[in-house]
Each structure stands twice: as structure tokens, then as C-alpha cells.
Design a protein around this ligand. Structure first.
Ligand code: PBE
Length: 269
């Protein structure tokens, strides 16, 4: 069966990777005959609620995000066990079906510039204890339990927090406008700007594997499940980072990066 005659609504949160993945999903479903609409720029809770009430059919989220923000859990779990725990909860508690991991992780990592790391002798998050430098993150992070736990576990009460669109964090830390950021580990600017990732020695932050989530209605759509199958495990971290870099560093459009990624997934070189 194909998706001919069906309209599929794709959701996306508000950062580059999400826009590119929505474009990849669009190309994938259109190739199977679907008409596609995209609702993007959503926060995690808005995106998830829209999915759970069938307002969108599919979007990509991350295991640790569901774990912390939706399930309100905070005990440490191995990366290998987390996907099973999260997907069981989604299905049993919300009727939301997981349609496979994409193959990469996009974690939060505390990052600083090479200069700031040298100045304050920073290697691990614990080295930040007692410092009164500033930390910038996306508007969600400081309200999430990952931050509460990190702050408490490592004694970071003296850091000054600053909410910032994730698109601007990397320039801000590179230019010394802020001391630290919560980098997204698939962002190409970590390497390009020679940022230093501080080690989470106590493993406070959870793993964040990217995976496809389907609404209760979409989860029963066999043709949709079939069309999404080829995306399982198809994107490793290097590939996602290169796609993100096309937009964030090379100033390509989301659509160009999405077309490139689609090519790499469906006609691997
Ligand atoms: N993350 C890192 C965040 C943003 C990037 C995947 C953990 C999230 O979307 O929850």
C-alpha cells in the first residue's frame, strides 16, 4: 500500500536539526504519494501534546527529553535500556508509538571556549563549582529537570543563567559574551569553533537518542509505518552533524540540507 491520497502532518521543534528532519520526513512521505503539512517551531510540550491528541502525525524527539520532561524521571539509566523504558511508557500511558531510532544521539553538553577553559582550568562540570560566570541555554532547558539536577549535583548555584535561541549560543560562547552554553552535541559549530565539552563525570545528564514518534491514529497506519521504515538507524552522528553544518555554517537552506540528507539515506554512497 502507499500513502496516495493521504495528508500527513509532520511536527518539528524550533532548531535546525528539527527543521532538517521535518524536511527529510516530508521528502520520504511525498515519495510514497502523501501530501504533507509541516508544523514547526514547537516547544517539546506543545509538540508532544499535539502528537498525543492526533493534531500532528509524526515528529522526532529524544529519549532523555521524554524521560525528563514528560515522564518526570531522573534516576540514571543506561543508554541501551532507556529506549525500551521510554517507548513502553509512551505506548502504555499516551498511546504514542515509537517507530524506531534514527541512529544518532543529540545530547545536551556543557561547552565553553578554549580560552575560558584555560583561564578557569575547566575539564569537568564539577570544575565549575563556585564560579560566577554565565551560562546560556535554549528557553526550555532552565525549566527542565536536567538543569535542576545538574545545578544541584555539581554545586552550580553561582552561575548566572541566560535564555537564548539555540541558534545564537555558539557565537555567544565563542565571542566570550557568555562563559558557557548547553551545546547540542550534533551541532557542527562545536568542532568548527573549537569548543571544549565539559565531562559529566557523575552521569547526571541522560542519553538522548533521536527517534520517531507517531500519534495514536498514525500508529495504526500501516502504509505510514512502511514508508518510515528505511529511516531506522539510517542517520549516524557524523551524518546529522554534517547536515546541521550545511545550514548553520555553510548557510544552505533547510530544504537543501534536507535534500542532501534524503539522498544520503536513500542512495548511500
Ligand atoms: N536535546 C538537545 C534537546 C535540544 C537539543 C535534543 C536534548 C531537546 O530537543 O530536548
Amino acid at each position: 500500500s502507499t500513502l496516495k491520497g493521504q495528508t500527513i502532518v509532520i511536527g518539528a521543534k524550533g532548531f535546525t536539526e528539527q527543521y532538517i528532519l521535518a524536511d527529510l520526513l516530508k521528502r520520504t512521505l511525498e515519495a510514497d504519494g502523501a501530501r504533507v503539512e509541516i508544523r514547526d517551531g514547537l516547544g517539546t510540550t506543545v509538540a508532544f501534546d499535539a502528537l498525543a491528541n492526533n493534531s500532528i502525525d509524526v515528529y522526532v524527539d529524544y529519549t532523555g527529553t521524554i524521560w525528563a520532561a514528560l515522564m518526570k524521571r531522573d534516576e540514571p539509566v543506561q543508554r541501551s535500556a532507556m529506549y525500551a523504558r521510554v517507548t513502553a511508557w509512551l505506548l502504555n500511558e499516551r498511546g504514542v508509538m515509537a517507530a524506531g531510532k534514527l541512529g544518532f544521539e543529540n545530547a545536551y553538553a556543557l561547552a565553553t571556549s578554549r580560552e575560558t577553559a584555560a583561564e578557569h582550568d575547566l575539564e569537568t562540570i564539577a570544575d565549575l563549582s563556585g564560579l560566577d560566570i554565565s551560562i546560556a541555554s535554549d528557553p526550555e532547558f532552565f525549566g527542565r529537570s536536567e538543569w535542576t539536577r545538574t545545578r544541584y549535583a555539581y554545586g552550580l548555584q553561582s552561575l548566572q543563567t541566560r535564555s537564548m535561541d539555540s541558534a545564537f549560543m555558539y557565537d555567544a560562547v565563542k565571542g566570550g559574551e557568555v562563559g558557557l552554553i548547553t551545546a547540542y552535541t550534533t551541532d557542527a559549530r562545536i568542532d568548527a569553533f573549537d569548543l571544549v565539552l565539559l565531562e559529566d563525570t557523575r552521569a547526571i545528564l541522560p542519553p538522548y537518542d533521536a527517534f520517531l514518534l507517531l500519534s495514536p491514529r498514525a500508529g495504526e497506519n500501516e502504509a505510514l509505518l512502511n514508508a518510515l521504515e528505511p529511516l531506522q538507524g539510517a542517520i549516524d552522528t557524523g551524518l546529522m552533524r554534517r547536515a546541521n553544518g550545511k545550514v548553520d555554517m555553510e548557510r544552505q537552506s533547510v530544504s537543501e540540507a534536507g535534500a542532501w540528507l534524503h539522498g544520503r539515506v536513500f542512495q548511500p554512497v
